[in-house]
Ligand binder design. Structure first.
Ligand code: URA
Length: 204
């Protein structure tokens, strides 16, 4: 399933990212906030009752099972998004996939993987940009094969073709995006997009 945010706060934050005058620090900060807001919109967690000591004695309250959440970042532009979610879920686990786009074939090549146990877990993949969908599809291939309970993917800007390509290959994943932009240029950059999100975030 593909869903796009309709929230004006999310739209405003995305459009602030388009302004090339913002600093890498502001860029990273907005990615972090957007990841938190997108998660609030798209992630469906059940609550479990736990007994905790409160000021009026031992009481039961409902909590998310954070230990069952794995936040997987596709390096490197997704790092601020992962940080935003790990701030929300301090007991969640983090995973990393590094892919590099071959600039002639535009195919995503995986060159580093570091993942905790995925089986039965609720996976949140973060990746700000969905262009061709190649790296997101490859990430989903790897993670879906490890039998997670659910997969939600969170993105800032993408195009229809990349999102639909991914969804066609992984219809069980919930793909949620802040903004679907117009098209990909010949170099497979999103237009209007953000430019190279990794470079913008880390001033490379
Ligand atoms: N990755 C980016 O960082 N930007 C794009 O426009 C496409 C892929």
């Amino acid at each position: 399933m593909i869903s796009q945010s309709k929230n004006p706060l999310i739209k405003d934050l995305v459009n602030r990212l388009r302004d090339i005058r913002i600093t890498p620090k502001e860029f990273r900060h907005n990615l972090k906030l957007l990841a938190q807001l997108l998660c609030m919109e798209a992630c469906s967690f059940s609550l479990t009752k736990k007994s905790i000591p409160t000021w009026i004695g031992q009481k039961e309250f409902s909590f998310i099972e954070q230990e069952n959440i794995v936040v997987v970042a596709i390096l490197r532009a997704a790092l601020p998004m992962q940080e935003g979610l790990l701030e929300l879920f301090p007991y969640a686990r983090g995973g990393f996939l590094a892919m590099k786009r071959d600039e002639t074939t535009f195919e995503a090549k995986l060159y580093y993987t570091r993942l905790p146990d995925i089986e039965g877990k609720n996976i949140i993949i973060v990746d700000p940009m969905v262009a061709t969908g190649g790296s997101l599809k490859s990430a989903l291939d790897i993670l879906a094969a490890k039998k997670p309970a659910s997969i939600t993917t969170l993105h800032i800007v993408g195009v229809k073709e990349g999102l639909e390509y991914t969804n066609a290959n992984h219809p069980n994943a919930h793909i949620h995006i802040a903004q679907i932009d117009a098209y990909l240029n010949e170099q497979k950059y999103i237009i209007p997009g953000l430019g190279d999100a990794g470079d913008r975030a880390f001033h490379t």
